[in-house]
Design a protein around this ligand. Structure first.
Ligand code: SF4
Length: 200
């Protein structure tokens, strides 16, 4: 299937994860979108997220350390022309009494790495824009550990996001291939390894 770039929101929130992993992955995705392989990991992640939604319906908000009453909404479509991003958080918790909004993302990973955190921060800011509620935290939910970990949506996180987006838009505009990741171990499991002749 051919991938087209949306001018209003050229990036998906999941592209942030790729950017943190290796900026070159993003380059391949946006500049050579037809070559993107679909990996087993991508399919497994999607299926596990859907199964988790069923379990979530039976979970109390106490699993997130929340004592307040909240509404849950799943797979909320978001688009921000300000950030140039679109995406769908797995779940959103709305605390109407305090006008707070909390994005939650389910992951097959045990660890809330920087790449996952940046995605959650982006969802929080997009939710703020869309609703007028405040996003000051989100949750990374580890499916294997069945545990939620809080992710702060603070000034530092917001600046990190802005910096990443500025660089990503630069790659898109100039179609210039970024340097490879300094951590070459990442290349061993990379879906784009066959395109990077200078790393292995
Ligand atoms: S093979 Fe290595 S340098 Fe190339 S895109 Fe993958 S992680 Fe980045």
């Amino acid at each position: 299937m051919e991938t087209t770039i949306d001018v209003e929101a050229p990036f998906r929130v999941s592209d942030l994860k790729q950017w943190v992993y290796c900026p070159r992955v993003l380059y391949y995705q946006v500049c050579l979108p037809k070559v993107r392989p679909v990996t087993y990991k991508m399919i497994a992640g999607k299926e596990a997220g859907m199964a988790e939604e069923g379990r979530e319906q039976r979970r109390s908000l106490k699993s997130y350390g929340l004592k307040e009453e909240g509404r849950r909404e799943f797979e909320v479509p978001l688009l921000s022309s300000t950030l140039g991003l679109s995406g769908k958080p797995d779940m959103v918790i709305w605390l109407d009494a305090t006008r707070e909004v909390i994005p939650v993302d389910y992951k097959l990973s045990n660890i809330a790495g920087e790449h996952f955190k940046l995605q959650i921060i982006a969802y929080g800011i997009m939710l703020e824009e869309a609703s007028g509620y405040t996003a000051k935290r989100g949750f990374f939910y580890s499916i294997p550990k069945r545990k939620a970990e809080e992710v702060k949506i603070d000034k530092r996180g917001r600046e990190k996001l802005q910096h990443a987006l500025t660089e990503m838009h630069r790659v898109l505009r100039y179609e210039r291939m970024p340097e490879p990741t300094p951590n070459r171990n990442k290349c061993l499991a990379c879906e784009f390894r066959r395109f990077c002749n200078d790393v292995l």
